[in-house]
Design a binder for this molecule. Structure first.
Ligand code: GDP
Ligand code: IMO
Ligand code: MG
Length: 431
């Protein structure tokens, strides 16, 4: 089985964009299967930074098929902006093809307004990215959503928008006290314009994926967000509105689960979180500030400062179990250089009991968890030029060995800088 899924093990921003770009070299097809432009995946190639929100991170490679699967929610204006951006910078190779599932749901202007309005009135804010993700998935599940396929038929599009807009205006105004009022006609015209430009990319992507798999081509499934943001298994309600674990790679792309071979978990060498919610290993001190500064921890989508803390292996072990992760890719190891000592959380204490493998179901209990740490000596050597494990200082290797042993995984890759080449590849993923 040659296919591989890349899944975030923490609260997102583990460096999925960089790692997908690297493994895309050996893949033929790269597919996004959930989330939307709440994601911000950063690639640094030839000193040029590209942040992708919707387009799969294989797009900078030549002769690839990039697929936005049915599980993704698409803001067409943002997608077109992204296509235009990479095209105008000459980064969209002519022989690389982009396909968008006709079954993917659309983010509409009222979804963004609802996202903002809900956050405004909420007593406990989630700290969403404000991109309309939650309300778009709500419409999908309520069976009132509008899909990419609907864009292609003007009449159907108009009818669906006309059915939705009065209801959304009423909710916005009467429930949330908002002053905005959407016009069905204006939205229909706007989205019809997007349809003309997006038409060439729309396809039955499940059929395309099946065809490529039958030909023996290698598929790379690109997860967004991270396991702790999963709608079922994450730190609910401080989560996103889709399943971020590997199970959704199948549902969200229309590929049978037997075709998803190997699962690689992305794990930052420390932990970050954007938005609200408990974070047991968070460091509200000089060390947290240092991680934030040296790691340039600003949200790639919203620009918000990311909260930073020590590596939490309870989270990572949970991710390993939920997605059947056999290998980890460890990113941002370079950010830890220069620290005297480094801590790893190996368990929590909650009401006198020790937890090591699974987060408590209740968010109130999770907020009470106190981390149990193991201390590791740091290293001072610059590691950005390391290209083999043997190039790393002994203490860095000890740190990595402990992560692998404790999570019962192999380490497939170590990232020591933001650029494509600042990478130690320990295992070729595609067999
Ligand atoms: P994603 O959402 O998981 O793709 O991650 P983001 O792109 O949101 O955030 C990761 C950030 O770390 C980006 O700015 C990357 O350029 C950067 N990055 C990735 N890997 C490394 C690394 O090994 N070292 C350093 N210093 N930066 C990295
Ligand atoms: P990538 O793919 C980090 C967080 C938001 C908020 C919560 C819900 O770049 O790792 P949403 O807008 O999805 O309803 O917000 O989820 N969040 C992310 N945090 N990285 C992401 O994506 C995220 N996508 C959503 O900050 O806490
Ligand atoms: Mg990100």
């Amino acid at each position: 089985m040659g296919n591989v899924a890349i899944i975030g093990t923490q609260w997102g921003d583990e460096g999925k964009g960089k790692i997908v770009d690297i493994f895309a070299d050996a893949a033929n097809v790269i597919v996004r299967f959930h989330g939307g432009n709440n994601a911000g995946h950063t690639l640094v190639v030839n000193n040029q930074k590209t942040v992708l929100h919707l387009i799969p991170s294989g797009i900078l490679r030549d002769k690839k098929i990039c697929v936005i699967g049915n599980g993704v929610v698409i803001d067409p204006a943002e997608l077109l902006k992204e296509i235009d951006d990479i095209s105008s910078r000459g980064l969209f190779p002519k022989r690389t093809k982009l396909f968008i599932s006709e079954l993917a749901h659309l983010i509409m202007p009222y979804h963004k307004a609802l996202d903002a309005a809900k956050e405004q009135v909420a007593s406990k804010k989630i700290g969403t990215t404000g991109r309309g993700i939650g309300p778009a998935y709500e419409d999908k599940v309520a069976r009132t959503g509008i899909r990419v396929g609907d864009l292609l038929d003007k009449k159907v599009l108009r009818e669906k928008i006309e059915a939705s807009v009065p209801l959304k205006n009423a909710i916005l105004q009467k429930v949330y006290g908002a002053t905005c009022s959407f016009s069905a006609q204006e939205i229909s015209e706007e989205y019809s314009r997007y349809a003309e430009r997006l038409r060439e990319y729309v396809a039955n992507t499940s059929v395309i994926l099946a065809r490529e798999i039958a030909k023996g081509k290698k598929v790379l499934f690109e997860g967004a967000q991270g396991t702790q943001l999963d709608i079922d298994y994450g730190t609910y309600p401080f989560v996103t509105s889709s399943n971020t674990i590997v199970g959704n790679a199948s549902t969200g792309s229309g590929v049978g689960p037997a075709h998803i071979g190997r699962v690689v978990g992305l794990c930052k060498a420390y932990t970050t979180r954007v938005g609200e919610g408990p974070f047991p290993t968070e460091l509200n001190d000089d060390i947290g500030e240092r991680l934030q500064r040296i790691g340039c921890e600003f949200g790639a989508t919203t620009g918000r400062k990311r909260r930073c803390g020590w590596l939490d292996l309870v989270l990572v072990k949970q991710a390993v179990r939920l997605s059947g992760i056999s290998s980890l890719a460890i990113t941002k190891l370079d950010v830890l250089t220069g620290m005297d000592k480094i801590m790893i959380c190996v368990g929590y204490e909650l009401a006198g009991k020790k937890i090591t493998d699974a987060l408590p179901a209740s968010i109130a209990d999770f907020a009470q968890c106190r981390p149990i740490y193991r201390e590791f000596p740091g290293w001072s050597e610059n590691i950005s030029a390391a290209r083999e494990i043997a190039d790393l200082p002994r203490n860095a290797r000890r740190y990595l060995d402990f992560i692998a042993k404790h999570t019962q995984t192999n380490i497939a890759l170590i990232s020591v800088g933001a650029s494509r080449e600042e990478t130690i590849i320990c295992e070729e993923l595609f067999s």
